[in-house]
Design a protein around this ligand. Structure first.
Ligand SMILES: Cc1cc2nc3c(=O)[nH]c(=O)nc-3n(C[C@H](O)[C@H](O)[C@H](O)COP(=O)(O)OP(=O)(O)OC[C@H]3O[C@@H](n4cnc5c(N)ncnc54)[C@H](O)[C@@H]3O)c2cc1C
Length: 344
């Protein structure tokens, strides 16, 4: 692999950005400032005589004789034509338009004869049918979520999630979202199953429940459940379990206890949709890799054109893998474009 994560860490440290390794092997700048990474990259490029033109919008590629000869750009309202002998498209995707994502890279690639696979938001919040208003903003830790597609469990993840005004979000949800969005796009039935106590077996829950029913005998179910769940969750949880919150703990019969245990293990939420590009961490789909020589990132259609990053039909799970894709392909595209020029 060209420029793997270890090379990126070395590069950053040499560029004056020490890193720390946090839980789960995740690597961050020790300063916790993303800006330090950006400044180090700019400084590194400028120290090598790279001319960076900011506030310049590239409008189109100019293709002549099967090669790109120039790009047309607009700076401060003025149209300009910039000539070069090699070009790299690294224009990102469509996610988070506020960061400058325009989807232009897809349009340029298409105009240059590349296949661009359908794009859609990924690593994104999911919408659920009838989200309980009372849960908006509630974060749950140490829970697990199982993704069901057409009734079949396809993936399970453990960690943190948060309820939103229209569904669910958070690291757990993002991890499952790619498969969920894919299935929704094919009109398949998608369900999430929340396990509030994934570390406990049904028998362990039953034993603890028995003890607490005795201790909370005269109190309503809601009070008993606060020993198990955040207070904000109990109302919606009991509605899901089909149990009245005012029922006294001592009145719980064997059937009620079964319902409670089942709900703690399996809170089903029907997934009805997903967030848009304004909420998606990445854009799935893009320039087809079959049109790219992946050993050089060079286009198979236009000999002086190279690609890097999210414009490509490459995407990965959460955990820094998408940034690493951008760095690895960017490194390779840059190196290959330089070699192409040297060989001319
Ligand atoms: C909120 C958020 C959080 C994220 N968190 C993570 C994370 O924790 N880990 C991870 O791995 N990934 C994360 N990602 C994804 C990651 O940031 C991207 O996959 C990565 O930045 C893609 O790099 P890129 O260089 O391909 O595109 P970008 O970083 O999007 O850069 C593309 C650049 O092209 C410019 N551009 C576009 N069109 C034009 C034009 N016509 N003219 C001139 N310039 C243009 C844009 O302004 C932009 O500066 C996150 C993304 C977002 C939005």
């Amino acid at each position: 692999m060209n420029f793997p994560n270890t090379a990126l860490i070395r590069f950053m440290e040499q560029a004056g950005v020490p890193v720390v390794v946090e839980r789960g092997g995740r690597v961050f700048p020790a300063s916790s400032r993303a800006q330090d990474v950006a400044e180090a990259l700019v400084h590194w490029a400028q120290s090598r005589q790279v001319n960076i033109r900011c506030r310049a919008e590239v409008l189109r590629l100019i293709i002549e004789g099967g090669k790109i000869t120039a790009v047309e750009a607009r700076t401060n309202g003025r149209l300009q034509t910039w000539h070069a002998r090699a070009f790299i498209i690294a224009a990102g995707g469509l996610s988070y338009p506020a960061t400058g994502a325009t989807g232009d890279g897809f349009r340029w690639a298409e105009a240059a004869g590349h296949t661009v696979t359908p794009r859609y938001p990924s690593l994104v919040a999911l919408k659920t049918a009838n989200p309980p208003v009372a849960l908006n903003g509630l974060a749950l830790r140490n829970v697990s979520l199982t993704l069901f597609i057409e009734g079949r469990a396809v993936e399970e993840a453990f960690g943190e999630m948060v309820f939103t005004d229209d569904g669910v979000d958070g690291p757990l949800v993002l991890r499952l979202s790619h498969k969920a969005v894919n299935a929704l796009r094919q009109n398949k039935k998608v369900t999430l199953e929340l396990h509030c106590k994934p570390a406990l077996s049904s028998e362990q829950i039953q034993a603890r429940l028995q003890r607490e029913i005795a201790a909370f005998a005269g109190q309503p179910l809601g009070a008993l459940l606060r020993k198990w769940l955040p207070a904000q969750l109990t109302g919606a949880f009991l509605a899901q379990a089909g149990l009245p919150p005012k029922k006294k703990a001592a009145q719980l019969n064997a059937q009620d206890q079964k319902k409670l245990i089942a709900a703690l293990h399996s809170w089903k939420m029907e997934v009805s949709g997903y967030g848009g590009y304004d909420r998606a961490v990445i854009t799935a789909g893009g320039v087809a890799m079959s049109d790219i020589d992946y050993k050089t990132m060079r286009s198979r259609k236009i000999e002086n054109l190279f690609f890097a990053g999210e414009t490509l039909d490459l995407h990965a799970d959460t955990g820094g893998y998408n940034l690493q894709i951008a760095f690895s392909t960017g490194y390779l595209a840059g190196k290959s474009a330089a070699k192409y020029l040297a060989d001319l």
